[in-house]
Design a protein around this ligand. Structure first.
Ligand code: KG4
Ligand code: ZN
Length: 295
C-alpha cells in the first residue's frame, strides 16, 4: 500500500509541477463519501456507511472536509472478510465465479443458497456502539467449513457441496451486522440533532455497497427510521479515478485544501477521517428496538 501511494504521489507531484496546476491531496474515504453528490444533489449533513475491501466506517458528513466518525472496524473490513471466505471456499474454482471478486462471488452463490442451513452469530451483540468486527465471524465460518470438509471427506481446496448455503448465511450475517450498527448510528444522530429533520439521508458507499442484499438490509433500517437511502451507481461504488477527481472538484469549488504545485506533501497510509466521536457513541449505549430482517 505505502509503495503504491508513494508512486502515485511522485507521479502527481511531477504532473502538477510540469503543468503548473494546484495540488489537491485527497483522503480516500472522503472521496468514497462524496461520490454520491456527483449523481444526486444531497446536501450536508448526511450519514454515510462506507464498506469496502479496506474499510468499514460510519460517519456524519457535515461538509466537504468536515466529518464526525461514529464507528469503524476493530479488525478487518467486510470486503476483506468476504474475499477471505471466498478464498477459503476456493470459489475461484467455481465455474460461475472464476472472474469475480470474493464479494461478488458470495453474492451470486447466495442467491441459490439457503441461509437458514447455517446460523452464524451476529458480531458484537453486547457492544452498544457503532463499531464493527468481522474476524470472529470469519472464524465461525472457517470452523463450519472445516467441519463440512471432514463430513464430506474432502480436502481444503475442493468445492464443498453446500457452498451456496454457506455463502447465503455469510452474506446474511454480514448484512445484519452492518444494519444493526447503522441503526444505532441513526438513533445516535437523532438523539443529538446531527441530521436535518427534512429528508435525513443515509449514503451507502464502497465496493461492498454494490451488494444488493446488503442494500436491502439497510433499506429495512432506513424505512423503519424514516431516512432516505442513497447509493451511488454500483460501478462508482468501487475504487476508481472518477471518485477521486470528483473530490478534487468539490474541494476546488469550496476552495479548501488547495495547495501550490510545489507543495511539500507526504502520504498517510492510515489517516483518520474527521473528529472521532466513537467514545461518545459508546457512552450513549443505545439499545436497539428489534427489527425483523426479512430480506
Ligand atoms: O471500494 P473497493 O473497490 O476497494 C477498497 O477501497 O478496498 O472495494 C473492493 C471490495 C472487495 O473486497 C470486494 O470483494 C467487495 O468490495 N465487493 C463486494 C461486491 N462487489 C465488490 N462485496 C460484496 N458484494 C458485492 N457485490
Ligand atoms: Zn476504496
Amino acid at each position: 500500500m505505502a509503495l503504491s501511494l508513494g508512486i502515485g504521489l511522485e507521479f502527481s507531484q511531477r504532473f502538477v509541477r510540469q503543468n503548473n496546476k494546484p495540488f489537491i491531496p485527497i483522503h480516500h474515504m472522503e472521496a468514497h463519501a462524496l461520490t454520491v453528490r456527483m449523481f444526486e444533489p444531497v446536501s450536508f449533513p448526511f450519514l454515510v456507511l462506507l464498506i469496502s475491501g479496506g474499510h468499514s466506517l460510519l460517519a456524519v458528513a457535515r461538509g466537504v472536509d468536515d466529518f464526525l466518525l461514529l464507528g469503524h472496524t476493530l479488525d478487518e473490513a467486510p470486503g476483506d472478510s468476504l474475499d477471505k471466505v471466498a478464498r477459503r471456499l476456493s470459489l475461484i474454482r467455481h465455474p460461475q465465479c472464476s472472474t469475480l471478486s470474493g464479494g461478488q462471488a458470495i453474492e451470486l452463490l447466495a442467491k441459490d443458497g439457503d441461509r437458514t442451513r447455517f446460523s452464524f452469530r451476529t458480531p458484537m451483540g453486547q457492544s452498544y456502539d457503532c463499531c464493527f468486527s468481522f474476524a470472529g465471524l470469519r472464524n465461525q465460518i472457517n470452523m463450519t467449513i472445516m467441519k463440512k470438509e471432514a463430513e464430506e471427506g474432502i480436502e481444503c481446496g475442493t468445492l464443498l457441496s453446500c457452498v451456496n448455503d454457506i455463502a447465503a448465511a455469510t452474506q446474511h450475517t454480514v448484512a445484519c451486522h452492518l444494519a444493526k450498527r447503522t441503526h444505532r448510528a441513526i438513533l445516535f444522530c437523532k438523539a443529538n440533532g446531527l441530521l436535518p429533520s427534512l429528508c435525513p439521508t443515509l449514503v451507502l458507499s464502497g465496493g461492498v455497497a454494490s451488494n444488493q442484499y446488503i442494500r436491502k438490509a439497510l433499506r429495512i433500517i432506513t424505512d423503519s427510521t424514516g431516512l432516505c437511502l442513497l447509493c451511488p451507481p454500483a460501478k462508482f461504488c468501487t475504487d476508481n479515478g472518477v471518485m477521486i477527481a470528483w473530490n478534487g472538484v468539490e474541494r476546488l469549488r469550496e476552495g479548501t485544501g488547495i495547495l501550490p504545485p510545489n507543495a511539500d506533501i507526504s502520504y498517510e497510509p492510515k489517516a483518520q477521517l474527521g473528529v472521532d466521536l466513537t467514545a461518545a457513541v459508546k457512552a450513549a449505549a443505545i439499545r436497539l428496538p428489534s427489527v425483523r430482517m426479512k430480506i
